[in-house]
Design a binder for this molecule. Sequence first.
Ligand code: UDP
Length: 235
Amino acid sequence: MQPLYEGKAKQLYATQDQDVLRIVYKDEATAFNGEKKAEFEGKGILNNELTSHFFKVLHEAGIPTHFIEKTSEREQLVRRVTIIPLEVVVRNIAAGSMSKRLGIAEGTPLETPIVEYYYKDDALGDPLLTLDHINLLKIATSEEVAQLAAYAKRVNEVLIAYFKANGITLVDFKLEFGKTSGGDILLADEISPDTCRLWDAETGQHLDKDVFRRGIGSLIDTYQSLFDRLGGKLS
Ligand code: UDP
């Protein structure tokens, strides 16, 4: 069976049900718009486990998501949505591209969480967009963007509290949203150490994909230790 779509970390398949898709988590990791690439045996299993768990936590907090259920080590069933081509990034502490772009030292706490929008377009290198750009490109209406921002801030509040209870600081993360055929906006894609910056609250140790991006540690050991810290058997 051919995937409907194959991305860097996941494959997407149709199911018998028009409104339901199957996601398979792969072991590949990429960084810098695909320039750096590697396979890590077991990464897909850990990310499926972690994403499934975070979506459940968010569902319980009243945030509408595409997640239906985890069906095997590497697979989930999700509701079919059309992805809005925006990466919605929320930041609590300056890091990564924001530190570089604005000259704010990595680790500087932000007075209030910041939401940014990037255009999901590999050929353009996922550029940062203003609200006017989003309107100009007809990616989403102003009302929809306001809804994305509201969901993103709520996700941030829920996840900050969740990670804090586990001795982890949520530095920043990326979300993607999709629209159902009925027009509802749902949180989609994944939430995992591939898409979040997570620092040990005591030591500042990186518990996320920065260990791979920056070549400062073993990705699998890092993701496994995050998984163990969050309870080992999550879903
Ligand atoms: N992020 C992501 N996918 C991307 C770009 C960023 O999941 O294509 C996440 C990244 O893991 C981090 C947050 O979004 O948690 C902010 O990333 P940033 O803009 O600082 O970019 P980076 O430093 O990763 O290039």
